[in-house]
Design a protein. Structure first.
Length: 403
């Protein structure tokens, strides 16, 4: 199956000089200022005059702002990142009106991500040396992996995280990303906390619990931060220590998820998962910390975009599907299944591991959805009798769960 080249972002760490750090910090501040002013103008226009202001209007506003005395400093940085932030604001409003996101929020100096995007007209990339607009020297980038052969970045995003680390992300076409050879392998995945993932093959992937391993270190750094006076240099240093612990946790978690998702996509043609509402599950005060550490939403996001890259399929089974309470052999549905029950015996005599049984049921439900295109809400009758998922599961093989 021939597809167009995939555009990928290659992220590298770099170490700016003092002059480059000062220039980028000014750019970050101007980007935040322009974004907030444009958002305020669009909000006021709608609230007062019921008027929708688009990107072209905010671009004209930016030109007028630069001519004023109090905002003349906006002309001291590259104009491209300022225009790009207005485009990002336009995208945010588009997503809001399409009900894909909530109303855009103002950027905060201390909490929002410090970043600036440069298009091809605002940087020069030659012989592995990247030079941004308003700079005379190239960035000192740590090339831990090469760019695709002959790649020419179409956009560059420079950012600084809360721990003070600088990153540059280059958007390039990657011809090496191609659909993998078709495989008939289908696997069901059940997400959990005791084990991060349980596969329908019976394999269990351990939960590293990265946050728990660094909990004592994080608590100590946060205690030290709480003792520092607000606005002091000591507090700023203590805040960076806390951010470094958080960054260490997030980096290890992300690396682990990348390894798992890449393996699942390469080995299987179809991956079936549960459509979990993590946002609602985080309201459980007893489990919210463990659920956040498991990062189920990030796992699903990685799985979906990698499947799109390599010609695989990801099927999400309805969140109300009782995968844990359904016998994967006879199809009998148990009335109750508390979380502390890890193994149980069905009336048919089969003893189940709770997570393995759930993964097998998720796989069978996903196959039913793939074949019939119907939603998976078993044990519900329709005017014609059984649901499409139940009919398909019964017809496919006698030992599959009768959905």
């Amino acid at each position: 199956m021939a597809t167009a080249h995939v555009k990928r972002a290659f992220k590298y760490r770099f170490y700016p000089t003092n002059e480059q750090a000062a220039e980028l910090s000014r750019t970050f501040g101007c980007v935040r200022k322009v974004y907030n002013m444009a958002l305020a103008a669009r909000t006021e226009a709608w609230a007062v005059r019921q008027e929708r202001v688009n990107y072209n209007a905010t671009s004209a506003m930016l030109t007028a702002w630069k001519k004023t005395e109090e905002l003349a400093y906006l002309s001291e940085v590259s104009s491209v990142p300022l225009q790009q932030c207005l485009r990002h604001l336009q995208t945010a409003f588009t997503n809001f009106f399409a009900k894909r996101a909530r109303y855009p929020r103002f950027k905060s100096k201390r909490k929002s991500r410090a970043s600036a995007e440069y298009t091809s007209s605002a940087f020069r990339f030659r012989d592995g040396r990247l030079t941004l607009a308003k700079m005379t020297e190239p960035l000192a980038i740590v090339w831990h992996r090469p760019l695709p052969e002959g790649a020419k970045p179409s956009a560059v995003t420079v950012s600084r995280d809360a721990a003070g680390r600088w990153y540059v992300s280059m958007l390039c076409e990657d011809p090496s990303v191609k659909p993998l050879p078709a495989s008939g392998s289908v696997i069901g995945v059940d997400a959990g906390l005791d084990h991060l993932l349980t596969l329908s093959t019976g394999e269990k992937i351990a939960n590293p619990r990265h946050e728990r391993k660094d909990r004592a270190r994080l608590a100590k750094a946060q205690r030290e931060l709480s003792r520092k006076a607000k606005g002091s240099n000591n507090r700023a240093r203590a805040r960076r220590k806390v951010a470094k612990v958080h960054a260490r946790i997030a980096d290890r978690r992300r690396d682990h998820l990348h390894q798992i998702t890449t393996r699942l996509v390469r080995e299987n043609q179809t991956v079936v998962i549960e459509d979990l509402t993590v946002r609602n599950m985080l309201k459980n005060r007893s489990l919210s910390r463990a659920i956040s550490d498991a990062a189920w939403s990030e796992f699903r996001s990685m799985l979906e975009y990698k499947a799109a890259w390599y010609g695989r399929e990801v099927i999400a089974v309805d969140r109300w599907f009782p995968s844990s309470k359904l016998c994967s052999v006879c199809g009998m549905l148990q009335e109750k299944m508390p979380l502390n029950v890890r193994t149980w015996t069905c009336d048919c005599g089969t003893t189940h591991d709770r997570d393995v049984n759930a993964a097998r049921n998720v796989k069978a439900a996903g196959l039913a959805v793939s074949a019939c295109g119907a939603g998976v809400r078993p044990q519900r009758r329709t005017s014609g009798g059984q649901s499409a998922a139940k009919q398909e599961a019964s017809r496919r093989e006698p030992r599959s769960p009768r959905l």
